[in-house]
Design a protein around this ligand. Structure first.
Ligand SMILES: [Zn+2]
Length: 337
């Protein structure tokens, strides 16, 4: 595969294009972010900041990278798949009307011509649900309405389970079948809105046993991962945006958009110019989107849905996503418990 990628690179150079594709095909293994701490555990990791250790370990890719570096041409197709977990949250998507009025995330995306992917939680997609009543604002739009509006606006809905429980613990307690059912139930709730079966699953906090991952893959799901066993282009970039919500304890410095851009720059240094950015449906995240989108466009990035991203990027990585899971008690667990 590496040889084929190398040949592809040479061909691409002849065409003075697709350099990024070749660079993106590097099978870099790195100590990429393993901080799979989600909003579930945000309070437990207060003070945690963006790790800066993204050191590549794979030597064999050096040749390809050298080819890419010897040309001054910029990567041909720099892609961002913006993703937002935990919704739909109507007041985030369509803006607050009373307390702290703010533009909605869906409107911000529209204004910038950006199509995004929403990893929604199945239980919200039930009639007359506005979200958690104590914490969320009823703006007269149900979660179901919000999901339908997202689809009409050209965004994509994917599966973030039905319950949003941490699946490794849930499996220990209820067995693997429960996990499979929870993912399926989330998928059915989405299908009831969109008419199509979602293909991608992002487990809460990226935590899943190897067995469950393998079985989900067998059923046709693609499980999103932060595992360094997968090509960097297919690994989620954890924005850590949940650390900027609420009391904002531990929000990356100097600012969330700058910290995300720093992560992207680190990936670019390793020859990766395509990124799946993992955010959450949070008002604080919506607020930084105009700046982040503007900055990324200025750097030559274009925005695609996850399906389009995979269609463009996956063949260039030379292999499908491995079924490696977060099996050992990872830093995730160490940091979040
Ligand atoms: Zn989540």
């Amino acid at each position: 595969m590496i040889l084929m990628g190398y040949v592809r690179c040479l061909l691409s150079i002849a065409a003075v294009s697709f350099l990024s594709a070749c660079a993106g095909s590097n099978r870099l293994a790195s100590n990429d972010l393993k901080t799979g701490i989600g909003p579930n555990n945000a309070s437990a990791v207060a003070g945690h900041s963006v790790p800066d250790s993204v050191a590549a370990k794979d030597a064999p890719v050096a040749t390809i990278r050298t080819v890419a570096k010897t040309s001054s041409a910029s990567p041909a197709d720099k892609l961002i798949a913006l993703t937002f977990d935990d919704g739909p949250r109507p007041y985030v998507l369509f803006g607050r009307k009373v307390d702290h009025p703010a533009p909605g995330l869906a409107d911000i995306l529209d204004q910038n011509g950006v199509k995004a992917t929403f990893f929604v939680v199945g239980w919200r997609l039930t009639p007359k649900t506005w979200g958690e009543p104590k914490h969320e604002e009823d703006i007269g739009v149900t979660c179901l309405d919000a999901a339908e509006r997202l689809i009409r606006r050209g965004h994509e809905l994917e599966d973030h389970t039905y319950s949003h429980l941490e699946l490794r613990s849930a499996e220990k307690k209820n067995g693997e079948q429960w996990v499979m059912h929870d993912v399926d139930r989330g998928a059915q709730a989405i299908k009831a809105v969109t008419g199509t079966q979602p293909r991608y699953v992002r487990p809460p906090d990226w935590i899943l046993t190897d067995d469950a991952r393998r079985d989900l893959q067998k059923q046709g799901y693609r499980v999103l991962t932060i595992s360094s066993e997968n090509p960097m282009a297919l690994r989620d970039v954890n924005s850590l945006d949940y650390l900027c919500a609420g009391k904002a304890v531990g929000c990356p410095k100097p600012s969330l958009p700058d910290a995300v851009l720093q992560q992207i720059e680190q990936r670019e240094k390793k020859g990766t110019y395509t990124h799946i950015l993992a955010f959450h449906e949070l008002s604080t995240t919506a607020a930084i989107m105009p700046k982040l989108i503007t900055d990324l466009k200025a750097r030559g990035y274009r925005f695609v849905t996850l399906t389009e991203y995979m269609k463009l990027v996956e063949p260039k990585t030379g292999e499908p996503v491995k079924q490696a899971a977060v099996t050992r008690p990872t830093q995730v667990a160490a940091l979040s418990r």
